[in-house]
Design a binder for this molecule. Structure first.
Ligand SMILES: CSC[C@H]1O[C@H](OP(=O)(O)O)[C@H](O)[C@@H]1O
Ligand SMILES: Nc1ncnc2[nH]cnc12
Length: 292
């Protein structure tokens, strides 16, 4: 049986995991280019943890520039089957106050198509299900972990993913509220799509840092305000990660590990050899079925 491995993608304000032991940095090249940074691999209790700062160390990539495909593919190369994203978000609901945690269960896509957010294409066509875009089992464990760590945590809610890098207009912010969005961010949707295609469970620990710009009497979002709240809560985020690591079951019982089984539309003989090679890490087990 393979070792229990948790991938963690750190967002704004979470660029390292100091509590890891037996640390090793791994720099990868993937068929989809170079990830945001070296992966920091180590141990957290009984679990192997693979950490990647989404925006790179020093925060060098815009949300639209993050090499999402390389980041997720690199996790797959390192044997990760569950990814926790830790992200700063704006709150779209009064009851989600800055400093609270949210474990979202849905997304709305307000990105503008600039991001490569599928491993399919270029010689192979595939479509995976995405009705429940975050892994329900990992999200439930995450909620329990946050609760146990003493956080104020909200279970479920829709994360609206905007392109950025500018924050939203007041009219947009009000529109997203009318859509019942719970939180707003710029990064998690492409990761969730790619993780599903790569058959990796994905859940988000969203740290509410601001009320975006819809709430009269509260300051409009700014980088300064976001970073101040992240700094106050990063220790809690780390406690939650450790709690979650301690709660991971050896075997996954969700469907994420078979998400690509019936995804491919292209006739086997029509798949471009380069595409087959590029996706071998994800699809080889099914290609083997088909030749058996
Ligand atoms: C610094 S505010 C905007 C920035 O923060 C969030 O980043 P992440 O999801 O990586 O924590 C948001 O998505 C924006 O990228
Ligand atoms: N209000 C907001 N909009 C988009 N991304 C954010 N990240 C943190 N706060 C945000």
């Amino acid at each position: 049986m393979s070792e229990l491995t948790l991938g963690v993608i750190g967002g704004s304000g979470l660029y390292a995991m100091e509590e890891l032991t037996e640390v090793e940095e791994i720099r990868l090249q993937t068929p989809f280019g170079e990830p945001s940074d070296a992966y920091i691999c180590g141990r957290l209790g009984a679990v192997r943890l693979v950490f990647l700062p989404r925006h790179g160390r020093g925060h060098r990539y815009l949300p639209s520039e993050v090499p999402y495909r390389a980041n997720i593919y690199g996790m797959k190369m390192l044997g990760v089957d569950r990814i926790l994203s830790v992200s700063a978000v704006g709150s779209m609901k009064e009851q989600i106050a800055p400093g609270h945690m949210v474990v979202p269960d849905q997304f709305i896509d307000r990105t503008t198509g600039k991001r490569a957010n599928s491993f399919f294409g270029d010689g192979i066509v595939g479509h995976v299900q995405f009705a429940d875009p975050l892994c329900p089992a990992l999200a439930e464990s995450l909620y329990q972990a946050a609760h146990a760590a003493g956080a104020t945590v909200h279970q479920g809610g829709t994360y609206v993913c905007i392109e950025g890098p500018t924050f939203s207009t007041r009219a947009e912010s009000r529109l997203f509220r009318s859509w019942d969005a719970a939180v707003i961010g710029m990064t998690n949707l492409p990761e969730a799509r790619l993780a599903r295609e790569a058959e990796i469970c994905y859940a988000t620990l969203a740290l509410a840092t601001d009320y975006d710009c819809w709430y009269e009497g509260h300051e409009d979002v700014s980088v300064e305000a976001v970073l101040a709240i992240v700094r106050q809560n990063v220790a809690m985020a780390r406690r939650i990660i450790a709690e979650l690591a301690g709660r991971l079951a050896a075997e996954r019982r969700c469907g994420c590990g078979e998400a690509a089984r019936f995804a491919v539309m292209t006739a086997p003989a029509a798949i471009a050899p380069a595409a087959r090679q590029r996706l071998s890490l994800i699809l080889d087990k099914y290609f083997k079925d088909e030749t058996a």
